[in-house]
Ligand binder design. Structure first.
Ligand code: BEZ
Ligand code: FE
Length: 288
């Protein structure tokens, strides 16, 4: 277009897209341009503000590496990750929630009853449940990949004191669909604030806390992969999660269990005389 104006620039963008472009790519790019242009018009963005935005994106690129994913964090804090989850959810299955930037692929296999807490201080949490389909039938062979922070609120990739796969493990369930392990009760923690994501939070007076949670990815042949988390029902940050990840069905009651009631079949069986905590959550997968 020879005479580009603020009125026709969005149509000009659409006109530049080749007719041979994959239709979904064309649809997404046209919509993206339409909404970005509308944002610029609505806010009457200044050059200084536009430069600030570009600087933030460049900073996100510079601070990111194989273990630090600042663009994911920005997407999470803007509510985009959660919105993608919410529009792709299928009613009847367990809710999905944010993956976050701290999952590490290739965690070691852990058998039923495995103890992830090891020498770490804090309340013992016994976590168990069934992986099932929408008919309530157990899914044999489903795999649950679990990860969480240590009691200091840091994931292993953030903390040189922890081994690579500290508080990470993958369990494969048998014909009863049951998984079970012990860990330390997860803690609330702040998302990293030393980069552009933190600048975004402080510029808008937002807090950086996430309510305590256990992350998991459940995979099974013939089913949609579930990426989600389970939250503690007594956490003070449930109503203000910085990344909008809380869903009602993912908030669980962590039960206080009396001394002398620790069950058989766990690594810690016979070693826990005092009280401990327990959370029981079943996970429902949706067929592909
Ligand atoms: C997390 O829960 O690991 C997380 C999610 C989003 C942003 C930062 C951390
Ligand atoms: Fe987390």
């Amino acid at each position: 277009m020879r005479n580009v104006t603020k009125e026709n620039i969005t149509d000009a963008f659409a006109g530049y897209i080749s007719k041979d472009t994959d239709p979904r790519t064309a649809e997404v790019m046209n919509s993206l341009a339409k909404h970005l242009h509308a944002f610029v018009r609505e806010t009457q963005l200044t050059h200084a503000e536009w430069e600030k935005g570009i600087e933030m994106l460049e900073w996100a690129g510079e601070i990111s590496d194989k273990e630090r994913h600042e663009m994911v964090l920005l997407s999470d804090l803007l509510g985009i990750s959660s919105l993608v989850d919410l529009i792709n959810m299928v009613p009847g299955g367990s809710s999905s929630s944010v993956l976050g930037p701290f999952h590490i692929a290739g965690a070691p296999a852990i058998p039923f009853g495995h103890d992830m807490k090891r020498h770490y201080e804090g309340p013992i949490l016994l976590s168990k449940g069934v992986i099932q389909n929408m008919k309530g039938e157990p899914i044999e062979g489903a795999q649950i990949d679990i990860w969480q922070t240590a009691p200091n609120g840091l994931y292993s990739s953030q903390d040189p004191e922890q081994g690579t796969y500290s508080f990470h493990g993958i369990q494969t369930v048998g014909s009863d669909g049951r998984y079970g392990f012990t860990t330390v009760k997860p803690v609330s923690y702040e998302v990293p604030t030393d980069g552009p994501a933190g600048a975004l939070l402080s510029a808008t007076g937002r807090q950086a806390w996430r309510p305590s949670h256990l992350h998991f990815i459940v995979k099974a042949k013939g089913y949609r992969t579930l990426v989600s988390e389970v939250f503690a029902g007594d956490d003070p940050y449930l109503d203000e999660d910085a990344v909008f990840g809380v869903r009602e069905d993912l908030v669980m009651h962590y039960e206080d269990m009396p001394a002398g009631s620790f069950p058989d079949g766990f690594d810690l069986s016979g070693k826990v005389d005092g009280p401990y905590m327990q959370v029981d959550f079943d996970l429902t997968l949706v067929a592909e």
